[in-house]
Write a protein that binds this ligand. Structure first.
Ligand code: SF4
Length: 263
């Protein structure tokens, strides 16, 4: 199978810095046709991406991983995104309930090693199960969120899922985000108004205090605050020396060789 490396994307990534998120989403839709999906945790940035997909009238399904221990507010946000934005939201779930997992492994999320295992079983594996169905995934990572994401490129190879990740909001600032949410009255997870800067599982997410980093509320009981679940591989891997395998047609489309979609 033809290979695609992160280094080969350097020029495209450079050029894409000047493009709007909507242009990038349209590019992804044309490039990957029916092998593209969005990925959302039903937080603000994921909801902005969903709104843009809806406004562009694109048939891109949204993947949502329901770990079985999500806040009710998050599940209600998912249902609103599907009904009000007219999108197909595909909910992915782990094999075992949290109760079954706890019976087998104990309360994993209480230790750093256990957290890694728990996130892997409840978040990463359910997503990886659909990997073969897609060649591109539109994610919503922003550099403004800092930490490992501060230098995230727009296009990143995801070696775990063997897909190209497209982050149309990579260079969207906090101000641009606030403006977009306000202007379009974006559906937001009500927990954001209760001090939750980011929202994950109800076992491992707390509100943040004024002045704390955005991710301070995630795995607060474990500390330090820079932990990630692994569902976005660039949070935990360095893709520089790796590659993904796509069809030659898809690679040609990525580089604009076979189609004349220029942005
Ligand atoms: S965030 Fe916590 S409860 Fe959720 S999958 Fe990770 S460790 Fe488990």
């Amino acid at each position: 199978m033809p290979r695609l490396t992160q280094a080969e994307l350097a020029n495209l990534n450079h050029n894409f810095e000047e493009r709007t998120p909507q242009e990038l989403i349209s590019w992804a839709a044309v490039t990957f046709e029916n092998r593209i999906a969005g990925l959302s945790a039903m937080q603000r940035s994921g909801n902005v991406i969903s709104h843009m997909i809806s406004q562009l009238n694109l048939n891109i399904p949204i993947l949502f991983v329901d770990t079985g221990v999500m806040f009710q507010e998050t599940l209600e946000t998912r249902d609103r995104i599907a009904s009000e934005y007219g999108l197909t939201v595909r909910t992915l779930a782990p094999e075992k309930t949290m109760a079954e997992q706890t019976e087998e492994h104990g309360v994993l999320y209480l230790s750093p090693d256990g957290q890694e295992k728990c996130c892997h079983m409840r978040k990463v594996v359910p997503l990886q199960k659909v990997a073969g169905e897609y060649s591109g995934i539109v994610s919503s990572l922003r550099r403004a969120d800092g930490g490992k994401r501060a230098h995230n490129p727009i296009l990143t190879i995801d070696i775990d899922m063997n897909v190209l990740r497209i982050n149309p909001l990579a260079n969207f600032s906090d101000e641009q985000m606030d403006e977009y949410v306000k202007e379009h009255n974006i559906i937001t997870n009500p927990l954001h108004d209760q001090g939750y800067a980011t929202v994950g599982c109800n076992r491992c997410t707390t509100p943040v205090m004024p002045g704390e980093p955005k991710r301070a509320g995630r795995w607060r009981h474990l500390g330090p605050w820079s932990m990630y679940c692994g569902i976005n591989p660039t949070d935990v891997n360095d893709p520089t020396h790796n590659y993904i395998e796509l069809s030659q047609d898809e690679i040609d489309r990525i580089f604009g060789i076979k189609n004349d979609f220029m942005i």
